[in-house]
Design a protein around this ligand. Structure first.
Ligand code: SF4
Length: 913
């Protein structure tokens, strides 16, 4: 094996592999990856055992990355108005239209909307061009939708956007409060580190504050099902209570903070009466007391927070309410202590550093910081610097709707799925706005409105750096050649900069040159950031960069000496007036919607939906509701419903889930029109934003639920995609060897064989049909084999799920046993149930049966018997839940078998699939 940090040499001899160290492109954990290329072009992905973020671990998404690397759907050539063109022509046109807009309407008539998916070098060029040379602050990023409130809270409290913790603090803490985060699904490797730390230190306590009982609560000593959006009330009450009880560090407050009196006076308004606090938060008084006492008893405390705090019209205040608590107790700047905001995207933090948010200039320098602004302008030799903040994401797209933006470049993001009120944005989209979309995928909701498409290099082809949630800067290294005319994002932006007349300022040839310049800017403005001396960053040093957290040359951890980055060096308490979510449920819209992520999917599915492995965990979105609510509405599990909010409508099945509180609904953020035309959840979300951060309230829309009528419901498995025609509702997902379509049809269908045949590709060979009908029950089943190979299956009416059939679809040559069972939908005793372990393909029914039959009362025993949970560990919370729900033993320690039981062949069927 040839191994190293450098770009991969693809000229390999038979039997040889080359391995490159790179970084996972999904979440803000920032796991290190070893990507290995074999001579035949095969790619294997493993966790990097040396990377300090993950020490070799990967979650299910990271483990399945190799499945997402194909060329299918890639944008490979520049296009203008849907027709292929040259790079020169495309760039010339974009330059002309941007320059015309600037000349005719001013610099603020153009904008860039970029993404936490791009690399720091890409971000640097985009920001330098817009804020240094076009002369507008109009560059914002989809990170605005993710953690802008945490950024604003950090800046108010610390003077800079500084995250004071790293992952080791979680391991060293005595008490970890997890607020507004389903860590087990959204940041699985951090969750696994926490799980391991808690196993090693049973006295560690974990509190999960979340309206839902999520997979994360499986390790919680205390779960507090707070009402949606009420965290500000809880943390204000805690501030007043801890102060009243004397749980505070008076020396720290006196010497290192400002604003204590105002903050405590504001908090006391909400703490006079525990019963009223219980009403505000939906928690029991005893739960409030228990939490307060746990905090008082544990010096080493980390409060980990994420989108449940940030995606709110009071997200910034909630972030500061959390920070206030740490300032009160002096629990910051020390091992095992601090407020810890976890970022969603792989390089959201890098974008924040560079200045990718519209309301900051660059390198953690704010607009209005006059002396440092001048340093930035001088460093860039700016001819036309931006003199103030630009438009934040939601306002930016409002300005597009209002016709104020004349030219817009969108890079590596899909805002026409991910923004709130997407239907309103689409319907108001002006004809005369010139739109450039830079992406690696050809067909997205956003590319459909583009005048110019520019093909970008994808993850495996890109070189640069990313910063994870703990401020650790890692190299992303290419290990596949860039196909056809795709180009790195930084190259595209630098070419635009040159053509707009700034040749010298954008004469970059490599990412290393860009990073060197950026490190020089960081050094010149001298804030909390530090990437070391740019003189030390030769091309070789950049290539060999080992993961390192900023500030690189710090003698001690951030804030260890109680010095912050405010003018007087003191941290600021912020007086909070807690607020409830803006939308209030009423008789028309009685439910509150919480949106979020699934374990095995990412953002708007453009990558993870390519993987059959990842699509098996959740092939289709569901609206999860409490069984009590379903009962009231006369609905059953899996019924198809319409969800209607004041902003729009979506349609999807319901899933009954006792972990969802009554009156609430959870639905995923991922689905888009390519996979399901009726489930884009942001149709329901209003464009209400936090007044400080501009972050939209994505977790508290109000809605009503109504059943959808149709004549037929079922599923089809096909080799080729058969589209969405004639369906009231259709969802498609990948399976091994084809597609799974879930359908609801309102048309009268007399002949299902003809219906299916008309949707299959023409075939001249031997096509053999199997069919079954029970008209009284409305059940119709059809399977078709071509030259003996299974090509399609259609099941209409109530009956078995698609789980077993999907498994068989990966096998072209069916044995007799399987062929006979096709129209049953399952071989006797072999239905695996919904997928739990993505790595080894182990279904819920197999696990539940093994737990019951063999008394498997720990995840280790389940792993030893079935392999489930023994690779990436993403399914461990679900395994724990299955073990708990089996209630196999009240005294687990006493009943634990010494060795795992031997299972029969039937038990382990499908495990190796
Ligand atoms: Fe990637 Fe999973 Fe690590 Fe996140 S936790 S960086 S998705 S491997």
């Amino acid at each position: 094996m040839a191994a190293g940090g450098n770009k991969m040499d693809a000229t390999l001899r038979p039997g040889e592999t080359a391995t490159v160290k790179t970084t996972c492109p999904y979440c803000g954990v920032g796991c290190g990856i070893l990507a290995s290329l074999g001579p035949g072009g095969s790619v294997t992905i493993k966790g990097d055992p040396d990377h300090p973020a993950n020490f070799g671990r990967l979650c299910s998404k990271g483990s399945a990355l190799a499945e997402t690397l194909g060329m299918e759907g890639r944008l490979l050539h520049p296009e203008v108005s849907g027709r292929r063109t040259t790079w020169d022509d495309a760039l010339d046109l974009v330059t002309k239209r941007f320059q015309e807009a600037i000349d005719d309407h001013g610099s603020d008539s153009v904008a860039f909307y970029v993404s936490g998916q791009i690399l720091t070098e890409d971000y640097y060029i985009a920001n330098k061009l817009m804020k240094g040379f076009i002369g507008s602050g109009n560059i914002d990023t989809n990170s605005r939708l993710c953690m802008a409130s945490a950024v604003a809270a950090h800046k108010r409290a610390f003077g800079t956007d500084t995250v004071p913790c790293d992952y080791t603090d979680l391991e060293e803490a005595e008490l970890v409060l997890i607020v507004g985060s389903n860590l087990a699904w959204c940041h699985p490797v951090i969750y696994q580190r926490l799980l391991a730390a808690k196993s090693a230190n049973p006295s560690m306590q974990v509190v999960v504050i979340d309206p839902r009982r999520t997979a994360t609560t499986e390790i919680a000593d205390l779960h507090l099902p707070i009402l949606p959006g009420r965290d500000g009330f809880l943390f204000s009450w805690l501030l007043a209570e801890l102060d009243r009880k004397g749980c505070k560090d008076t020396t720290f407050i006196d010497q290192h903070t400002d604003g204590f009196d105002d903050a405590i006076a504001a908090a006391r308004c909400y703490a006079e009466n525990i019963d009223s606090m219980a009403d505000e938060t939906g928690l029991e008084p005893a739960q409030l007391i228990q939490l307060r006492d746990m905090i008082m008893a544990s010096e080493r405390m980390v409060t980990l927070f994420s989108q449940g705090i940030n995606q709110s019209t009071s997200g910034t205040d909630k972030g500061n309410a959390i920070i206030n608590l740490h300032l009160l107790t002096g629990r910051i700047g020390k091992p095992g202590m601090g407020p810890f905001s976890i970022t969603g995207q792989p390089n959201a933090m890098g974008g924040r550093e560079v200045g990718g948010l519209a309301n900051q200039l660059a390198a953690h320098v704010d607009f209005g910081d006059v002396s440092r602004e001048a340093l930035v302008h001088a460093f860039w030799s700016s001819k036309k610097p931006a003199m103030g903040p630009g438009l934040k994401a939601v306002d930016l797209f409002e300005a597009v709707r209002a016709g104020k933006i004349k030219a817009l470049l969108i890079m590596a993001t899909n805002p026409l799925v991910s923004l709130p009120d997407v239907d309103g944005i689409k319907s108001d989209w002006p004809d005369d706005v010139f739109v450039v979309v830079v992406d690696c995928i050809r067909d997205t909701a956003t590319s459909a409105i583009a005048d110019v498409l520019m093909p970008a290099a994808a993850w495996a082809e890109k070189d640069g750096t990313v910063t994870n949630s703990e401020r650790r800067v890692s190299r992303q290294r290419s290990f596949l050649p860039t196909p056809d005319e795709a180009r790195p994002d930084w190259w595209i932006l630098a070419e635009l900069g040159k053509r707009l007349g700034h040749r010298a300022a954008f004469a970059f040839e490599t990412p290393a040159e860009i990073f060197r310049e950026y490190a020089g800017l960081v050094r010149a403005v001298d804030r909390d950031l530090d990437y070391g001396d740019p003189a030390d960053l030769s091309d070789g040093a950049y290539d060999a960069w080992e993961p390192a957290a900023w500030p690189l040359n710090a003698k001690d951890r951030l804030f260890a000496d109680g010095t912050f980055f405010t003018d007087n060096g003191k941290a600021r308490f912020i007086a909070i007036e807690p607020r409830s979510p803006k939308a209030v449920p009423d008789w028309r819209y009685p439910f509150v919607l919480n949106t979020g992520r699934y374990r095995d999917h990412w953002h708007t599915l453009t990558r993870t939906a390519r993987s059959a492995t990842l699509s098996r965990h959740r092939a289709e979105p569901t609206a999860d509701i409490n069984p009590e609510d379903a009962d009231t509405l006369g609905l059953e599990d899996n019924d198809l419903v319409r969800l209607t909010s004041p902003s729009g409508q979506v349609m999807m099945p319901i899933a009954l889930d006792g972990s969802i509180p009554v009156g609430q609904v959870f639905a995923p953020m991922h689905w888009n029109g390519a996979y399901n035309k009726t489930a884009e959840i942001n149709r329901l979300v209003a464009p209400a934003t936090d007044p400080v951060s501009g972050q939209p309230e994505s977790k508290a829309a109000v809605l009503r639920i109504e059943p959808v009528s149709f004549r037929h419901r079922g599923f089809a498995l096909t080799r080729a995609d058969m589209g969405f025609t004639d369906c009231v509702y259709a969802n498609r997902s990948r399976i091994k060897g084809g597609w799974l379509h879930r359908l609801a049809i309102d048309a009268e269908v007399q002949d299902w064989q003809s219906w299916l045949a008309s949707r299959l590709d023409a075939f001249n060979g031997d096509r053999h049909w199997l069919s079954f009908a029970d008209e009284a029950k409305g059940q119709y089943r059809v399977a078709v084999l071509e030259n003996g190979e299974l090509q399609a299956v259609l099941f209409i009416g109530k009956g078995p799920t698609a789980d077993w059939l999907s498994e068989q679809f990966g096998t072209l040559e069916l044995d007799d046993h399987t062929r006979k069972a096709l129209l049953l939908g399952a071989a006797p005793g072999a239905d695996p149930g919904p997928l739990v372990c993505a790595c080894f393909g182990v279904g819920q029914k197999i696990i539940a049966k093994a737990i019951d039959d063999h008394g498997l009362c720990s995840t280790d025993l389940v792993g030893a018997a079935l392999k489930a949970g023994t690779n990436c560990g993403s399914c461990l919370p679900e395994l724990r839940r299955l073990i708990k729900s089996a209630a196999i033993c009240q005294n687990r320690a006493a009943c634990q078998p010494a060795t795992p039981p031997a299972l029969s062949e039937t038990d382990v069927i499908d495990v190796e699939a």
